[in-house]
Design a protein around this ligand. Sequence first.
Ligand code: C2E
Ligand code: MG
Ligand code: MG
Ligand code: MG
Length: 292
Amino acid sequence: QVKNNFFSNYYYYDEKLRDLSIKKDYFLSNIDNAIKGEWLEVFFQPIIRTASGRVCDEEALVRWNDPEKGMFTPNDFIPVLEDARIIHRLDLYVVDKVLEYLKEKQRMGIELVPVSVNLSRYDFQLCDMVDEICKRVDASGFSRKFINLEITESVTSINPEYIRIQFTRFHEEGFSLWMDDFGSGYSSLNVLKDFEFDLMKFDMRFMRSFKDSNKSRIILTELIQMAKKLGISTITEGVEDEEQFRFVRDIGCEKAQGYYFGKPNPKKNIFNIDKEKIRFQFENPRETPYYD
Ligand code: C2E
Ligand code: MG
Ligand code: MG
Ligand code: MG
């Protein structure tokens, strides 16, 4: 009955909100099923060292693989679990799955590289993250060097003093801390001064704007020089073609990640790769990907 455009738009907007809240309810009422039923599937994406072109790390990226509703990406459900303050359950589950993955790879004689796990800033409010992660890694028998922790700088906005202590504890326990998505939000250089990160990951928007923007190129170049002087290692995210790869390598970025090297893959794809091709070949990256 509503004919007026203004109202029909309004109505549409309302419907959209309703859809969102249905989706939200769905994730919240099924999180136990998802954890028990293994609907949460961890994918792994390679990170390569630019100088050698070899895979030096992998990043664990979770998906919600719903038996009825299909695949959801993290952007659908992570914010919902964060709002409900239960995100630590998912993140610790991912740690368990990563340790299982390392164990399987080891059994199959596939070379191990450290795997980085994404933490949410809320994890630190919800449990003793350092204890929880140490407990799991120690039970697995793997060295702590095999797990890196990726955290966005927003973590430092919650309770800086508390976070500083947690970072120190992580370091004392032998973990590396990586700052994720630098350059995406309100990145502040002060965070680098006030918190001990071992590595900065540059947000993929640097790569998206790199071809048309001389400014992007200058900023990324200088940030990498700065990181070097601070003794912090660097990764550029979202490298999708050879030109981008050459650029980040030539400006001295130590590591790179993106579809050019490999997409996030379920572990079965990684287990099935040709052993001869297990190392990413720098000379001819397109022909011999690590896996894809
Ligand atoms: P992130 O940590 O910055 O992860 C990188 C994202 O970029 C991933 O998206 C990855 O699939 C995507 N990506 C990688 N290379 C390329 C590329 O060359 N081009 C493009 N266009 N995209 C690329 P994904 O898997 O959808 O994850 C999105 C975000 O969700 C992650 O961003 C991370 O912040 C969060 N996330 C993923 N897994 C977890 C988890 O287990 N726990 C928590 N707390 N957050 C997670
Ligand atoms: Mg990440
Ligand atoms: Mg992240
Ligand atoms: Mg990132």
